[in-house]
Design a protein around this ligand. Structure first.
Ligand SMILES: Nc1ncnc2c1ncn2[C@@H]1O[C@H](COP(=O)(O)OP(=O)(O)O)[C@@H](O)[C@H]1O
Ligand SMILES: [Mg+2]
Length: 275
């Protein structure tokens, strides 16, 4: 993979991973982040799921993962950033680059992890200080910094914020062969295009047979979704997780290999690199 920077020094590697709960977003986001880091790109993974568990996929132990305090739950930090001394009144302008420096966690595959914590309905304009900090931090990571970014999100895209969403270079929507997951994928696809995201792809995960693959292909064809590729159902992933280990540590996980190939495919399409 080749990650040259554009003339103004920006990287275009800003990837968001979205989809229904349980479809495999965290596995895919984690493997992608590690592949980018392995290819030599300084990479930050953002866990923006309210029940965060990206840390384990990135290779941290359960104990290490347990110790991480999500940004939105770090009351001292939120107060420091937004406090005015008056209750109910908070500052809207503050620096966040130091948050990246002080609160990102190094992980064994050289990805820096930031755990955002619960982001309450950003789209609806909730104006609590936690959201102000997280929104500013997301914007900083996606818009202002030059590192590669992989964002593991909950189902929607609402909490990214429109201005920030436009700067996400690639949206990967994960679905398995389940109509509920596919319907959610279709909704995310609509929202992402409206938000101005550039490359939006469907990734079919947990594929166990040809019928499942066809189901996803037919759905994608019907609603105009582009498929980036498929990831097989792989019991190795479950075996590793049962042991509290990341599937990335298994040399023979077909799912991990398939996700690494997806990453290569993005690179070949020149979607995530500047040549
Ligand atoms: N390709 C796959 N093969 C087998 N199991 C998978 C695969 N992808 C994900 N899983 C399993 O499915 C469950 C949900 O995956 P996860 O990545 O946590 O989903 P999400 O982040 O979308 O909620 C996990 O137990 C994970 O190990
Ligand atoms: Mg998840």
């Amino acid at each position: 993979m080749n990650f040259r920077l554009s003339e103004n020094g920006e990287t275009e590697v800003k990837i968001a991973v979205s989809g229904k709960g349980g479809v495999g977003k965290t596995l895919i986001a984690g493997v992608i982040a590690c592949s980018l880091a392995k290819a030599g790109l300084k990479t930050i993974a953002i866990d923006a799921d309210p029940s965060p568990n990206l840390a384990l996929t990135l290779g941290l132990s359960q104990e290490e993962a347990h110790k991480i305090v999500p940004i939105s739950e770090n009351k001292e930090l939120i107060r420091l950033k937004t406090g005015t001394g008056y209750s109910g009144v908070f500052r809207l302008s503050f620096t966040v680059d130091d948050i990246v420096r002080d609160y990102s966690v190094e992980t064994p595959f050289n990805v820096n992890l930031i755990v955002m914590g619960t982001v309450r309905s950003m789209g609806s304009g909730c104006a609590c200080p936690e959201n102000a900090v997280i929104r500013a931090l997301l914007r900083h990571l996606v818009v202002e910094r030059n590192e590669g970014v992989v964002l593991d999100m909950e189902a929607g895209i609402e909490h990214i914020g429109r201005g920030t969403a436009r700067h996400v270079n690639t949206m990967l929507i994960v679905a398995d062969a389940n109509m509920k997951a596919l319907e959610i994928a279709r909704n995310i696809h609509e929202l992402s295009s409206k938000a101005g995201m550039k490359q939006i792809f469907l990734v079919g995960n947990k594929i166990a047979n040809a019928i499942q693959k066809e189901t996803i292909e037919n759905f994608a064809g019907k609603y105009g979704l582009n498929i980036l590729g498929f990831v097989p159902f792989d019991k190795k992933v479950l075996e590793m997780e049962m042991l509290g280990e990341t599937p990335l540590k298994s040399k023979e996980s077909e799912a991990v290999h398939a996700v690494e190939e997806l990453c290569e495919r993005l690179d070949e399409k020149h979607l995530i690199s500047w040549k």
